[in-house]
Design a protein around this ligand. Structure first.
Ligand SMILES: Cc1cc2nc3c(=O)[nH]c(=O)nc-3n(C[C@H](O)[C@H](O)[C@H](O)COP(=O)(O)OP(=O)(O)OC[C@H]3O[C@@H](n4cnc5c(N)ncnc54)[C@H](O)[C@@H]3O)c2cc1C
Length: 316
């Protein structure tokens, strides 16, 4: 089994999704490598090596997805990997799609598990809000192209040393490369990163409006957590998209998730249902969010949340 894992680089670090996938892929045995698109910092390379990548194909940050996909396709023809694993990042998905077209292979997306047995690769993904698991066997021949959901595998370093680095080819792709990235913008926020936070306080339409949503910042601040939101709230313009949790937002897996005025639509649940402890506050006792909650508070968020804030302040 020869597996390659795709990684972008951010602030000199490898993508968490790549470290998660490498940790999982060590189970498959055989050769393990990574494709790194970015500056190629010592830290990023060391992380990939520590998580099991013996080799790294390095492509520059400035390369377009068309060129990266063409470079990977050339490397695939030469090295014949069996499995290519991508994360859910924008570049990951763009490159995976282009590679699928170049190689004539399907993409198995939204994977929550990958298993290899009797020479067959099987990919599991969840549908209907995680209530049904679909297992797909890859019958398209090598390499299988898989996109995994964030945080479904734990990133655990092994004893891997520094990987052998070679440059990813940059083939001429003609007009497919006729685009220029003029600038990149990283959204900044105070407090812990939403995807990494141990506590997430999320708000939904039940918070009423943007001003009243602000009390959640106070609650999250007191708990040392991050604020999240539903798509309804993001669509209403109360908070930026970077706070959206769910199918088309971020996937979080904190120790504690507090859902305030959130109904529990399946598209929201897929982004937070694996939280260790879920507390929901909703005035409707029939709200679906209570179906996956460890603790449910049937009440008005405008009463319960300020009372929680007060109690935490009094605790000192
Ligand atoms: C393709 C697609 C992708 C989507 N992706 C996402 C996604 O990534 N993330 C996401 O969140 N959604 C997503 N959605 C939208 C999703 O289907 C729901 O519409 C959305 O999650 C609902 O948000 P909400 O719970 O804030 O609002 P509502 O469903 O309107 O729920 C509001 C809740 O607040 C309660 N409430 C009202 N007032 C109070 C009060 N004073 N005190 C206590 N409770 C109160 C109500 O009882 C209700 O349960 C997607 C939809 C589609 C079609």
């Amino acid at each position: 089994m020869k597996t390659w894992v795709f990684s972008t680089e951010s602030d000199g670090a490898a993508a968490p999704s790549a470290l998660e996938a490498l940790s999982k892929a060590r189970e498959f045995g055989g050769e393990l490598g990574a494709i790194l698109v970015g500056a190629g910092s010592d830290t990023a390379l060391a992380q990939l090596g520590a998580h099991g990548a013996a080799t790294v194909l390095h492509g520059p940050q400035t390369a377009s997805s068309a060129v990266i996909a063409a470079g990977i396709a050339q490397a695939v023809a030469a090295e014949q990997p069996d499995l290519l694993i991508f994360g859910m990042g924008t570049l990951d998905r763009d490159v995976a799609g282009r590679l699928s077209a170049r190689l004539g292979k399907p993409v198995l997306a939204n994977a929550v598990d990958i298993t290899v047995g009797d020479g067959t690769l099987r990919v599991a993904n969840e549908i209907l809000g995680g209530s049904t698991l679909v297992v797909t066997e890859s019958a398209g021949g090598s390499p299988a192209i898989v996109i995994t959901r964030p945080k479904v595998f734990a990133a655990e370093p092994a004893d891997g040393g520094a990987p052998a680095v070679t440059a990813l080819e940059a083939p001429d792709v003609g007009h497919a490369d006729a685009l220029e990235v003029l600038s990149q913008h990283a959204e900044t926020s105070e407090g812990p990163d939403l995807e990494a936070a141990a506590i997430v306080v999320s708000g939904g339409r039940g918070m009423g409006d943007a001003d009243r949503f602000a009390v959640l910042n106070e609650l999250a601040g007191l708990l040392g957590g991050a604020v999240g939101a539903t798509r309804a709230v993001v669509d209403a313009g109360w908070v930026p998209y970077s706070l959206q949790v769910g199918q088309t937002g971020k996937t979080v897996k904190p120790d504690l998730y507090i859902a305030c005025g959130i109904s529990g639509a399946m598209q929201h649940l897929v982004g937070m249902k694996d939280s260790t402890t879920i507390v929901a506050i909703n005035k409707d006792s029939e709200a679906p969010i209570f179906g996956i909650s460890d603790l449910g508070i049937i009440g008005d968020v405008h009463t319960v949340v300020p009372a929680l804030v007060e109690a935490l302040k009094n605790r000192g």
